[in-house]
Design a protein around this ligand. Sequence first.
Ligand SMILES: NC(=O)c1ccc[n+]([C@@H]2O[C@H](COP(=O)([O-])OP(=O)(O)OC[C@H]3O[C@@H](n4cnc5c(N)ncnc54)[C@H](OP(=O)(O)O)[C@@H]3O)[C@@H](O)[C@H]2O)c1
Length: 252
Amino acid sequence: MKIVVIGGSGLIGSKTVARLRARGHDVLSASPASGVDTLTGEGLDEALAGAQVVLDVANSPSFEDKAVMDFFRTSGQNLLAAEAKAGVKHHLALSVVGTDRLTESGYFRAKIVQETLIRESKIPYTLVRSTQFFEFLGSIAQSGVNGDKVHLSPAFVQPIASDDVADAVADYTASTPQNAIVEIAGPERVRLSDLVQRFLKASNDPRTVVPDAHARYFGAELKDDTLVPGSPNPRLGALGFEAWFALPKTPR
Ligand SMILES: NC(=O)c1ccc[n+]([C@@H]2O[C@H](COP(=O)([O-])OP(=O)(O)OC[C@H]3O[C@@H](n4cnc5c(N)ncnc54)[C@H](OP(=O)(O)O)[C@@H]3O)[C@@H](O)[C@H]2O)c1
């Protein structure tokens, strides 16, 4: 089965490409570096020729409101149109748990547009919504920096390791379309401010986290359950924070 992975050079893309190849699939890893650009449409028709499945794990290079909206809207339109032309039978994309509860955030408004384009297309699909990756904790900490303090919401999170995300995404990619949203998450539910404090301490970073219910998460104020799975039986990854932190940090 030919599978095209859009964003195949990224964090989740590269790990998923390796897993699908190990299972014997014919996998094309596609990204601007390999001449495939969903934003301009360059290289898309050639990449999709003969493909049965497309997995979209690309991300916008800029999180600025307009840039990220342009990225997910235009890329989604270009990609789905090229897939319809090529006769693709299953489209998968990676989104974020709670996306529809985060409309105050420009990033999440763009992810909603990406999801809506997929649901309204005629191509059978699976939308995998993941919680935050542990690998994203450094960026989350950075987003709250204020001098030597880090202001973050104490809302609950249930982060997942990128290896567990790639395992789940590879399984869904090799299966039949769900035509639904599926949720994946890590094994532990913790408060964001507590977890980032643990992360900074483990990283020998002396900054302290100030729990602040009004601190915005990429533009949005969080309620306790905004970022945790809403479905009763999300697929859970195996690695908790300590096990993930103990892994050797390999360059991508
Ligand atoms: N971070 C989180 O905690 C989190 C949680 C849940 C879901 N997600 C979602 O997971 C997805 C993947 O995230 P990630 O961290 O693995 O991304 P990443 O490491 O930043 O990789 C982004 C990928 O997108 C590619 N790309 C950029 N512009 C492109 C374009 N114009 N056309 C085609 N490909 C393009 C990049 O290619 P080059 O290498 O060639 O630039 C790269 O392969 C995102 O959609 C994100 O919303 C993230």
